[in-house]
Design a protein around this ligand. Structure first.
Ligand code: GTR
Length: 424
């Protein structure tokens, strides 16, 4: 063989092997506690270097400074004058749903008459006064909650990965497939309202350069701090809370956010940014949610930004493989919910979401909660055994099993709500 072509083959081989190594490097996640890098967490009582020693310090500048870090470095901020006109109407009502125990309403919500969202609401029928409730976004449409054909099908973009989704559209066969994740009967029978809308209504979950969803209504030029998709979703949750506060059977001052996975990140961010939410529940929210970024365990900042470049702002990408430089970490996101009740839950087989990192974030938010209440986390110092929950105003459990939200998780959340949300 000619020397030149041999050299070419050699070069190609080197390139191919290197690529292999590079992509292999990209996909290897660390699941070894020994390999978690040494890290220092920012003191939640000293955001921006100013010491917080009291409730009023926290309220006057601690909270605002911490929030500012998250706007600037992680999720992005919506311009102050972004106030699209929102209208809503009842599109469908069933006065005796879920076998007669619930009033079920479907609201059609529009923003600037252009963006449409649908909120599905269940209210206990025998409620004596305005009830507390849960608000959470769903992945693939309201029709997942119950097989009843009266539930309006989601016709817009939804993420794939399920056999009832084709070309990013939910199929008729999707009806009722989320009933375990949204145990409406259980929730209503315990005296709570349940409200849900599809996240894609506020921003379809793919990167289109922020041309669709609510971003389309923001005319301001974008910069590295501009809002990403998680912020669009949390903004949607706040607008749905506006609507819930107008429903006479519901007590808008007793609504908890709830969300699983990427929508768990959203549930935390919504409660952090909107103090009207009375409580927050993060189910397996992982990286960019309850898990500490600096541990770089399971999903890392680099991985999440690579796979989902639209979720966060562009500044967050500066921390790819550089978590040590982050001026904040996710324990401070949890601290932003203080003094409201907060529940964080993990699953044993969901190592991608770093259960230990989720627990530690909750634990390291304790100093801020302590400004308001003694022993907010009870005597909890380490992760309780799977199946057991621990804590007080701040609570935690790990469920045995996979990345999911199940009736077992909901039972813990309902018990927690009975304690902190049930009474006005
Ligand atoms: C994964 C992502 C996680 C989590 C999850 C989900 O692909 O890496 O951060 O959000 O999706 O939302 O189901």
């Amino acid at each position: 063989m000619h020397l030149h072509s041999r050299y070419t083959i050699y070069l190609l081989l080197v390139i191919t092997i290197n690529r292999g190594i590079l992509s292999a490097q990209k996909i290897v996640a660390n699941y070894d506690e020994e390999k978690v890098p040494a890290y220092t967490l920012p003191d939640p009582l000293s955001p921006g270097g100013k010491n917080i020693t009291s409730k009023s310090d926290w309220e006057s500048h601690g909270r605002g400074t911490t929030l500012g870090f998250f706007y600037d470095h992680v999720y992005g901020k919506i311009p102050k004058d972004f106030q699209p006109k929102m209208n809503w109407k009842i599109e469908h009502e069933d006065p005796a749903a879920l076998g007669g125990i619930a009033i079920r309403r479907q609201y059609l919500v529009t923003f600037e008459n252009k963006i449409k969202a649908r909120l599905l609401v269940y209210i206990p029928r025998d409620a004596r006064g305005p009830v507390p409730g849960f608000l959470g976004l769903n992945f693939r449409g309201n029709q997942l909650v119950e097989a009843d054909p009266a539930i309006i099908m989601e016709k817009g973009y939804v993420i794939g990965g399920k056999n009832y989704v084709k070309n990013n559209r939910s199929l008729e066969s999707s009806r009722g497939t989320g009933a375990e994740r949204w145990p409406a009967k259980l929730i209503v029978s315990r005296g709570y309202a349940l409200a849900t809308a599809c996240c894609s209504n506020f921003d379809p979950d793919f990167h289109d350069g922020f041309k669709n969803g609510l971003h389309a209504l923001d005319q301001k030029p974008r910069n590295e701090k501009s809002w990403g998709t998680i912020t669009a979703w949390s903004y949607g949750m706040s607008r749905m809370l506006d609507l819930l506060t107008e429903i006479k059977e519901i007590d808008g001052s007793r609504i908890s956010t709830i969300g699983h996975s990427r929508l768990g990140k959203t549930a935390l961010w919504a409660a952090a940014t909107d103090p009207r939410f009375a409580m927050a529940i993060s189910n397996n929210s992982g990286c960019g949610g309850a898990a500490l970024s600096k541990r770089a365990y399971g999903e890392t900042v680099q991985r999440i930004n690579g796979n989902f470049p639209h979720w966060f702002n562009d500044t967050f990408k500066k921390y790819n493989k550089n978590e040590a430089a982050l001026p904040i970490d996710q324990h401070q996101l949890i601290a932003l919910v203080a003094p409201r009740p907060i529940y964080v839950a993990s699953a044993t087989q969901d190592q991608w979401a770093d259960p230990t990192g989720e627990f530690l974030a909750l634990k390291h938010a304790v100093p801020v909660y302590e400004l308001f209440q003694e022993t907010p986390f009870g005597a909890t110092t380490s992760q309780p055994k799977p199946g057991k929950s621990a804590g007080n105003l701040m609570r935690y459990h790990t469920r045995e099993g996979k990345h999911n939200i199940t009736p077992e998780d909901w039972k813990h959340y309902l018990n927690f709500a009975d304690h902190w949300l049930a009474k006005p």
